[in-house]
Write a protein that binds this ligand. Structure first.
Ligand SMILES: Cc1ncc(COP(=O)(O)O)c(C=O)c1O
Length: 391
């Protein structure tokens, strides 16, 4: 076979391999990044589906415009910019999940060797998308308050970069957010160096405590920021409904690229989400998600306090779906995984998420998809394996 050159660097992710093991129902898995299925608004969506069919009839099954249906785009624009000063429908493109937003943005901005700056660690799906288009990834050091601004300025100073990919809230894999105080400085640096920010924010609504800081788009405007949002974590990922919010010219170009990819996002899903948002119960649903996931995070932290050795560090994100763990220096999380799999517990070793290959002693744990009972048992077994390894 003669494949395209860009395929040469393509690797299957180790996470996919771990997730194969976790399809065994006996395994307690903190490995995936799945929302809790028992919280999907099934009955509401069934009612809304009926309503949508009787109200719009065959239109919900017909081809539709590439940019997405007007009422949904309008709602998203208003949710991002209530006064309507900065964003209108022409600033919104509906996509098949945010993952498609990442693919379209990659197609628009990345040539072979184009420099893309990322957090370190970063979201694997984004890295895969950038690498498929042969980007050169330059990771920027991050701490508990997100990207370190001095490091960002230093990396920007090394030469031109097209994009900075950043997750502002409860990022995947660490659960860390970019601190409110850092956001204006971050935008100032990218402005100076002519770098476009891709703000990917699927977890921002899942906030358990405190106040959500303004988005990078709200602070920087469409000249500096392309924002990706998704209903995957707040309604259901199987619907595949998400959006890009950006400058009109960028939206137009992304829409032309999308035509060549899939013509449009599925019409029925868009009508369904639009009508669901209109029925006014979304806020109530978000409150339920925040309460349940916040409780599961607390269960996981309390179990760690009881079962993990004191040499193991963990953080306490104030939202999202993930917790981050650091084993003592020199330990390899993959060795721990092997012992944990014997005990029927799975997690993702963090190294996968580091573009610079560091982080071998780190671990990503998902708490949204595990019951409090399984969290207790799984964390206890992990703690036993850690102690067995002499941590
Ligand atoms: C940071 C981030 N971006 C994007 C996605 C893709 O989400 P979707 O395509 O379902 O909107 C995910 C999924 O886990 C994610 O964690």
């Amino acid at each position: 076979m003669t494949y395209a050159d860009r395929i040469a660097g393509l690797k299957s992710s180790a996470i996919r391999e771990i997730l194969k093991v976790t399809s065994n129902p006996e395994i307690i898995s903190f490995a995936g990044g799945l929302p809790a299925p028992e919280l999907f608004p099934l009955n509401e969506l069934a009612d809304v589906a009926q309503k949508v069919f009787s109200k719009f009839e065959s239109a919900v099954l017909q081809y539709s415009v590439t940019e997405g249906i007007g009422p949904l785009r309008e709602k998203i624009a208003r949710s991002l910019d209530p006064d309507g000063d900065a964003l209108g429908v022409d600033n919104i493109l509906i996509t098949q999940g945010s993952q498609q937003g990442l693919d379209l943005v990659s197609k628009l901005f990345i040539d072979k060797g184009t420099v893309v700056l990322t957090e370190n660690p970063s979201y694997l799906g984004a890295l895969q998308s950038f690498l498929l288009f042969q980007a050169e990834i330059r990771p920027v050091a991050s701490d508990e308050d997100g990207i370190v601004l001095e490091k960002l300025a230093e990396v920007c100073g090394r030469g031109p970069a097209a994009l900075l990919y950043a997750m502002p809230n409860f990022q995947n894999p660490t659960g860390i957010s970019i601190a409110r105080e850092r956001r204006p400085g971050l935008l100032q640096i990218v402005r100076q160096h002519d770098v476009m920010v891709v703000e990917d924010d699927p977890y921002g609504e899942l906030i358990f405590e405190g106040e959500r800081p303004p988005s990078l788009l709200a602070l920087g405007g469409t000249r500096n920021v392309i924002r990706l949002g998704s209903f995957s974590k707040t309604i259901a990922p199987g619907l595949r409904i998400a959006y890009v919010a950006a400058d009109e010219e960028i939206i137009h170009k992304l829409a032309v690229i999308k035509q060549g990819t899939d013509l449009q996002t599925n019409t029925f899903g868009q009508y369904l989400v639009n009508e669901y948002l209109e029925n006014g119960r979304h806020e109530e649903h978000l409150r339920l998600l925040r309460k349940t996931y916040g409780f599961r995070r607390d269960c996981m932290i309390e179990a760690m306090q009881r079962h993990f050795p004191s040499s193991v560090w963990r953080n306490r994100p104030s939202g999202g779906m993930f917790l981050w763990v650091r084993l003592p220096e020199g330990r390899d999380a993959r060795d721990l995984l092997a012992r944990c799999l014997e005990r029927k517990v799975a997690f993702v070793p963090g190294q996968e998420f580091f573009p610079d290959g560091s982080g071998s002693n780190t671990i990503r744990l998902n708490y949204s998809n595990a019951s409090p009972g399984n969290i207790e048992v799984g964390i206890r077994r992990m703690g036993e394996a850690m102690k067995e390894m002499g941590m």
